[in-house]
Design a protein. Structure first.
Length: 335
């Protein structure tokens, strides 16, 4: 089992529905890319729904938590614009659903005018859909309905059923693959955002008998817009330097640094580097904004344009992302 806290849920609600390198490593790269700067919001604040745009300017995607697969046996919902669980909407997602259609439309327009998309995140660390026997097709349909019915720009798959992946029988991977295919059928590419938020070790070749995200990427990577990869909560010294984050990961999780993943077939520009907003937002893996900014600059010099993800607002806000972007992708330039 990983030393992993994952994307953390909040309280339930009732819901109505390295070194400087001189050459870029060989890698799988798409023909063009625009970096994505992503923030999750799941922590309780006095504000209902998404935060004020001014507090998240500099990001271009805000994930509101959460939704879970619908299960009629469960009548309460964890909410968040961050999470939708198998059992319904929770946290900020539930708050979003509780707003009137006019309020949602006005909020979405305000965000879009600032260049920010609103996306809901599914599952999280408290939901184990494969282990609990949720049907991937029905679950995908329920979650796609939530995205469509509540006017969101897409969905993020934060699958953290470690028991299913660690079993090594391929059932977890098959569940993710079938779920993703059905989501993309309902939420067409180019019209809706579909992202995944796996932990970095799941890209380690040969480490997991079922293949983990090496298998998922091979089968449905073309359906996924990008990966918000969790480079944290995986060990006190893992992914804490630019060398370990970008070029060569530790022996604990081999071949899971950014450019190692790309050499193993993950589209370089789909690798969005995820880090906690501060030390309290994860067990380990935190980097200061100045160090993270330096790492992004090194990666960009080698052709990477994936972007950065953070868990979570309000610890990570417009000031945080401005400092992180300033060396490689300053907001004053056309990125």
């Amino acid at each position: 089992m990983f030393n992993h806290g994952g994307l953390k849920p909040t309280s339930p609600f009732v819901s109505p529905q390295s070194q400087n390198r001189t050459q870029a490593p060989d890698s799988a790269v798409s023909s063009s890319a625009t970096p994505n700067f992503v923030v999750y919001t799941d922590k309780w604040t006095s504000i209902i729904g998404p935060p004020p745009v001014s507090e998240v300017e500099g990001f271009n995607v805000l994930y509101v938590l959460k939704i879970y697969p619908k299960d009629e046996r469960v009548k309460t919902f964890d909410s968040a614009l961050a999470f939708v669980l198998v059992n319904g909407a929770f946290d900020k997602a539930q708050e979003w659903a509780s707003m009137s259609p006019a309020q949602r439309a006005a909020t979405k327009a305000h965000y879009h005018n600032a260049g920010i998309k609103l996306v809901v995140s599914a599952f999280g660390s408290t939901d184990t859909p494969t282990t609990n026997g949720a049907d991937p097709i029905a679950t995908a349909n329920n979650m796609a309905n939530f995205v469509i019915d509540y006017g969101l720009d897409g969905i993020d798959v934060d699958y953290e059923d470690f028991q299913a992946i660690n079993a090594g029988n391929g059932e977890g991977e098959a569940w993710i693959i079938n779920f993703t295919k059905q989501l993309r059928t309902r939420l067409p590419k180019g019209k809706y955002i579909l992202t995944h938020a796996p932990v970095a070790p799941w890209f380690s070749p040969g480490r997991f008998s079922g293949g983990a995200y090496v298998k998922v990427n091979k089968e449905v990577g073309d359906l996924i817009d990008w990966y918000n990869i969790q480079f944290y909560n995986q060990g006190s010294t893992d992914y804490t330097t630019c060398e370990g984050l970008l070029y060569q990961s530790s022996s604990s999780w081999p071949e899971t640094a950014v450019f190692e993943m790309a050499r193993n077939g993950v589209d370089l520009h789909k690798i969005v580097i995820g880090k906690p907003g501060n030390n309290d937002d994860a067990s380990n893996g935190y980097m200061s904004t100045s160090m993270l900014s330096s790492c992004l600059e090194k990666a960009a010099a080698h052709g990477w344009r994936g972007g950065a993800m953070t868990w979570e607002y309000p610890d990570a806000n417009s000031t945080w992302i401005r400092h992180v972007r300033r060396q490689a992708f300053p907001e004053s330039t056309n990125s």
